[in-house]
Design a protein around this ligand. Structure first.
Ligand SMILES: NC(=O)N[C@@H](CC(=O)O)C(=O)O
Ligand SMILES: [Zn+2]
Ligand SMILES: [Zn+2]
Length: 346
């Protein structure tokens, strides 16, 4: 049987949620990832050091027996975030701060409405060596949803990168050829995460033959030429692009809804789906760099010491997962057959 062993990977973009959900989400990620960058878009969001410390503890408490999973915490930027907040968050162990344009995505109502007003905060982050993570979409009513990432680059990201050349920026969950090109050509302080869904799917998978709410995430899936551009950059093996699942669970009833939530719960199959893509591209040998090396290197953290083995074996992603509160979640790719499986018990 074919197997593939790689250094233990990390997930550089993850939503664990809170409360009851943590028992499910922490275990699902800890089955193969040692660390994860934990997104702060709770309700209310994680806006200060005290909230960050308390949230981190709730995550640690939810770890399965024997797990050494390590959450890497992030601060949610708002119009009110101050230099002191950044310094306190850093002292509390935050590795990054997350910038959502207000209203861009799930639970971002409290986020930033005037990006330029945050420049003094970026200045302090640059000094402190704290990374800036961005959800890169503008929110202007008149900008088409398929163009929101591209416009964000020109209007928002280029000025930030020019003004703060020493600030490390992760352009999260990129979805377009423009973003792939921008990051490729930018300085070494700019990198990007790529999700499994944006490598596997394009907007036909969202809309042809009926609306597929479980393929709906933000930034929304784009046309196949953009998907191809993302596949090209991972195929190239560039260290500027690394694994960030953006696994983002929502209750089934919130996804299968007249106003369905954005987010794909991919933690059950994420590493396997990346392996599937890398195999299709004929570059399985490049999975380890993408999943286990480049993210840690960019964040300035040590690479993991353990290893994870994937076995080439067909299995089917469950149709539903029942949460401790009895509510079902439909995982990403539910009912589909995946050809790789992470070996259990490592
Ligand atoms: N990606 C998504 O579609 N949703 C994320 C938020 C985000 O990462 O933008 C969520 O928190 O549900
Ligand atoms: Zn986002
Ligand atoms: Zn996300």
């Amino acid at each position: 049987m074919a197997t593939l062993t790689i250094q233990t990977p990390d997930d550089w973009h993850l939503h664990l949620r809170d409360g009851d959900m943590l028992a499910e989400t922490v275990a699902a990620t800890a089955r193969c990832f040692h660390r994860a960058i934990v997104m702060p878009n709770l309700v209310p969001p994680v806006v200060n050091a005290d909230m960050l410390i308390a949230y981190r503890q709730r995550i640690l408490d939810a770890r399965p027996e024997g797990s050494d999973f390590e959450p890497l915490m992030t601060l949610f930027l708002t119009n009110q975030t101050s230099a002191e907040d950044i310094i306190a968050a850093k002292a509390a162990g935050a590795v990054a701060a997350k910038m959502y344009p207000a209203g861009a995505t799930t639970n971002s109502a409290a986020a930033v409405s005037q990006l330029e007003a945050l420049y003094p905060v970026f200045e302090v982050m640059q000094q402190q060596g704290m990374l800036l993570l961005v959800h890169g979409e503008v929110t202007d009513q008149h900008i088409d949803i398929f163009d929101r990432e591209k416009v964000f680059i020109d209007q928002k990201l280029v000025p930030i990168v020019e003004r703060f050349p020493d600030l490390k920026v992760v352009f999260e969950h990129i979805t377009t050829s423009e973003a792939a090109q921008f990051v490729s050509q930018a300085s070494d302080n700019i990198a990007a995460t790529i999700t499994p869904q944006h490598l596997l799917l394009n907007r036909n998978d969202l809309l042809v033959g009926g609306v597929r709410p479980h393929n709906f995430c933000l930034p929304v899936l784009k046309r196949n030429t953009h998907q191809a551009a993302l596949r090209d950059v991972v195929k190239s093996g560039s260290a500027k692009f690394f694994l960030g699942t953006d696994s983002a669970p929502h209750a089934k009833e919130a996804k299968e809804n007249a106003c369905g939530c954005a987010g794909c719960y991919s933690a059950w199959s994420a590493l396997e789906l990346y392996a599937h893509v890398f195999e299709e591209l004929g570059v399985l040998d490049k999975l380890e760099g993408f999943a286990s090396h480049y993210g840690a290197d960019f964040y300035g953290l040590p690479r993991n010491t353990g290893s994870v083995t994937l076995v080439r074996e067909d299995w089917t992603i469950p149709a539903e997962i029942i949460l401790p509160n009895g509510k079902p979640i439909v995982p990403f790719f539910a009912g589909e057959t995946v050809h790789w499986k992470v070996q259990a018990g490592i």
